[in-house]
Design a protein around this ligand. Structure first.
Ligand SMILES: CC(C)(COP(=O)(O)OP(=O)(O)OC[C@H]1O[C@@H](n2cnc3c(N)ncnc32)[C@H](O)[C@@H]1OP(=O)(O)O)[C@@H](O)C(=O)NCCC(=O)NCCS
Length: 274
């Protein structure tokens, strides 16, 4: 692959390329697109918009805009997209790294974003590779927007992540320092159970009585494999949602993700709820 260059985007030609990528990556209809004029005005008012170029083609971009969280100025990252032909070649991570550097340069210490908690690959990127943390679960956040649903009628639940970009934790992850915990040594609050109509991919009933310092919530390795079975996706979503909401309220935070033969979120009891 040709060399990858990342730069700040400007001018309507760059912004039109972002619109093309939104159509290709998310299949957005006109109504769901973040349009050129919106991207344009948000750059002028403090947004960070970066594109990754392979040769002359923009292969992906990352977009965040100024926001406030708990009274603190931050950036909220709304889009990260890489064209399918360029995936799995570190462009997503390269874009997040460029966003991290640019945000630090501007004096920002926090970047937030939301993502679909059923997507194991994104969870691995967000929590394990980047070191973001979570403690807020948003039920059916975007409402019934078809382009944002996992399958017909499945609520658009999201986790809100906090990426505390100046902390030693994040600096270490960005330097590649990340040891995955051993899932065999941690208690499971949600795990796959065998049998039933769809053997081995059905979630068990969430165990809400645990008090250990760390807990696991299992996810199917690839939720897209369950597409066409919205009832089963809905069951998984409900189990994961129930466990997250219960344990967040009990003072746990989302701390890491383990991707392997089986995939797990890692919850950790927080010393403080702040
Ligand atoms: C998410 C997305 C931007 C990733 O782009 P990408 O260029 O393929 O990602 P990278 O090659 O940089 O991989 C980044 C990380 O993702 C995770 N990842 C990638 N492929 C994975 C896989 N098959 N299984 C588990 N994790 C995977 C890993 O953590 C990886 O980092 P690592 O290889 O150092 O462990 C891209 O898949 C995309 O555009 N998806 C659709 C839009 C979307 O979901 N955006 C929201 C992202 S929160």
């Amino acid at each position: 692959m040709a060399e990858v260059r990342v730069r700040l985007l400007r001018g309507w030609r760059d912004l039109e390329a972002c619109v093309r990528i939104q159509r290709e990556v998310w299949g957005h209809a006109d109504l769901d697109i973040t349009p050129v004029h919106n991207l344009c005005v948000s750059i002028e008012t403090g947004a960070i918009l970066l594109g990754a170029f392979v040769g002359r083609e923009m292969a992906g971009y990352v977009y965040s805009f100024p926001a406030v969280r708990d009274g603190v100025c931050c950036q909220h990252s709304h889009h990260l997209a890489v064209l399918p032909a360029y995936r799995g070649r570190k462009l997503g991570k390269t874009l997040k790294r460029a966003q991290w550097i640019e945000a630090l340069r501007r004096g920002t210490k926090l970047i937030t974003w939301t993502y679909d908690p059923m997507q194991a690959r994104n969870a691995n990127l967000n929590l394990h590779a980047l070191g973001a943390l979570g403690r807020v679960y948003l039920d059916d956040f975007y409402g019934r927007t078809p382009a944002l649903m996992l399958d017909a009628g499945v609520p658009t639940d999201r986790l809100l992540l906090e990426w505390r970009i100046a902390t030693p934790r994040v600096r270490a992850r960005m330097a590649g320092d990340r040891l995955a915990p051993d899932p065999a040594r941690i208690v499971r609050a949600v795990e796959m159970k065998p049998g039933g109509e769809y053997p081995a991919i059905v979630p068990g009933r969430p165990d809400l009585g645990r008090t250990e310092p760390r807990l696991l919530i299992e996810l199917p390795r690839n939720i897209r494999d369950l597409k066409g079975t919205p009832g089963l996706i809905g069951r998984w979503q409900k189990a994961v949602r129930t466990a997250f909401k219960h344990y967040f309220a009990a003072g746990y935070r989302l701390d890491d993700f383990i991707a392997g033969e089986r995939s797990f979120y890692v919850l950790k009891k927080s010393a403080s709820r702040g």
